[in-house]
Design a protein around this ligand. Sequence first.
Ligand SMILES: Nc1ncnc2c1ncn2[C@@H]1O[C@H](COP(=O)(O)OP(=O)(O)O)[C@@H](O)[C@H]1O
Ligand SMILES: [Mg+2]
Length: 287
Amino acid sequence: MPQTLSLLYDRVRVEEKEIINAAQKKGVELRPIDAKELHLNITDLKKDEIFGDVAIERCVSHFRGLYITAILESKGIHVINPFSVAALCGDKLLCSMKLAKAGIPTPKTIVAFTKDEAMKVLEEEMGYPAVIKPVFGSWGRLIAPLKDRETAQALLEDREEMGNPLYQIYYIQEMVERPPRDIRTVVVGDKIAASIYRYSAPDDWRTNIARGGKAEVCNLTEDLKELVLKAAEVVGTGVLGVDAMETKEGIVIHEVNSTVEFKGAMSVSEVDIPGMIIDYALERARK
Ligand SMILES: Nc1ncnc2c1ncn2[C@@H]1O[C@H](COP(=O)(O)OP(=O)(O)O)[C@@H](O)[C@H]1O
Ligand SMILES: [Mg+2]
């Protein structure tokens, strides 16, 4: 029996369209499933055939995708990425810890649990400028540079008032001195698919393509390839976006993304990234 795949989405971005096209080109049956129209019985563990042998989970909503992954795995369906990988990469705090523990250079990060203690971190240990990030989220959302005490106080007060308790986990990071770009590498399993420099848009300091950042091909050195692959392995392997910044002291890896956007990489690279994802999913299906 040929392997069958499904693609779980909640919004069809360029990436999802391309994955669907790649499956079609390869003659692979891939069923797109809109997660917004899905409900799942979590007490009946029967395997649901509609998801095929492997489900590629690509929801924009991290938590929606994460819980779907947990449920499908409980029913014996392989998911890309596995729950353990998605959960780790979806949490900046856990991801930073994992990278540091594996000896992968990553920006200095200190976490506090109240506004006052976060101020103490800034005043006494980190200094200014620093960066504050919510532990969850993407596209650079709510990531803010803290340039001085006044800005920090105002911003931390805002965080204190925000409803979601995760905003009161104060993740404070050194502001890395870097050129106006970072390096996004798309990793599929144990292979590097493509690497790009992401240049920040003129009116933003963040380099996310979603914020208007521009892509340019980046040829990784052998050392950097090794580091990127190690970062992907450390978080548990899958289809991943490993993000790095260049500093005077060398490269730091600041995060690994689980539902990687590769529109920017595709626009400048010859590599068939969606095709690689389909091949990887088929390979997982055989295991
Ligand atoms: N510590 C830092 N120093 C300098 N720039 C940073 C730092 N952290 C993040 N950035 C910039 O902000 C962008 C978004 O931060 P990131 O941690 O990748 O969060 P997100 O998950 O929202 O993409 C990065 O791609 C980078 O351009
Ligand atoms: Mg990022």
